[in-house]
Design a protein around this ligand. Structure first.
Ligand code: 0WE
Length: 262
């Protein structure tokens, strides 16, 4: 008797078992949903397929979100496998910027680095949501992941902050577009999590440690924390919530002057 019994989800962005997308997949599955996966081709067989199998999932498709034809292909495959009007939950949990653009000064961001980060990290939400429209079930939910660097300057986050700002604005415009069809669109703004996307980022380790010291709940964020919020937003409990950014950050974002001790 789960909150998401008989719901079908498609999740973009699992890289490995540390991924926030994987925390969301496990949580949706634990509450009764069937889960399908899409990720970059290079990760599919070695990383994503075994995780999918552990949840009894058979829908596993590669997708380069910079390629409209590949996005179309994923949803054509979904329609073949599950039928029209079958997708209840779409999760977008992917981003990319060049490593050189996640260090140093934002003012040095190149035109192509800016375009790449916004294409992969923000436009892809618009593209996958549009492609999903023909297969959405009544009352479907779209969920993406964002970060505080969209609204305040976080050292080194740079062009990703601009991309997340565009992503959050896209959530609001998509919510307005699709609301009349009963489709909700929301974002979760997670505190920092040690995923592949955080590996090797200049200063991540110290910001992760400081987060724990200053966030009101004095704890780092887990992929289970994000999974729980994703279950809520995907369920009928959140049936009147759309265009929203929900913080899963231990209260960090409410602080005016984030200093520790106490
Ligand atoms: O959104 C993110 C990370 C997104 C990301 C990570 C990478 C690393 C490897 C996008 N593109 C790439 N490209 C790569 O080549 N986060 C919220 C995690 C994150 O990333 C940071 C952070 C935090 C937090 C980068 C700088 C400063 C803080």
């Amino acid at each position: 008797m789960g909150l998401l019994d008989s719901k079908k989800a498609l999740i973009f962005g699992v890289a490995n078992d540390h991924s926030i997308a994987w925390g969301i997949a496990q949580a949706l599955h634990a509450h009764g949903a069937t889960v399908g996966f899409s990720s970059v081709e290079s990760l599919i067989e070695r990383r994503v397929r075994p995780l999918a199998q552990s949840l009894g999932s058979t829908f596993v498709e590669p997708c380069d979100v910079q390629d409209d034809a590949q996005i179309e292909r994923v949803f054509a495959r979904w329609r073949d496998a599950e039928g029209e009007g079958s997708l209840d939950i779409l999760v977008h949990a992917l981003a990319f910027a060049k490593r050189e653009d996640l260090a140093g000064a934002f003012v040095d961001t190149s035109r192509d680095g800016f375009a790449l980060a916004l294409d992969v990290s923000a436009y892809s939400l618009v593209a996958v949501t549009r492609a999903a429209v023909p297969v959405f079930a009544p009352g479907a939910s779209v969920l993406t992941l964002t970060y505080y660097g969209a609204e305040k300057v976080v050292a080194n986050y740079n062009v990703m902050g601009v991309a997340k700002a565009a992503l959050e604005a896209s959530v609001r415009y998509l919510a307005a577009d699709l609301g009349p069809r009963g489709i909700r669109v929301n974002a979760i703004s997670s505190g920092p999590v040690r995923t592949l996307a955080a590996a090797g980022i200049a200063g991540f380790k110290s910001m992760y440690g400081q987060f724990r010291e200053v966030a009101p709940l004095r704890s780092n964020i887990t992929i289970e924390d994000v999974g729980g919020a994703a279950v809520f937003l995907s369920s009928s409990l959140a049936g009147a919530i759309s265009g929203e950014v929900l913080y899963v950050d231990g209260g960090f974002n409410v602080l005016g002057v984030p200093v520790g001790e106490g």
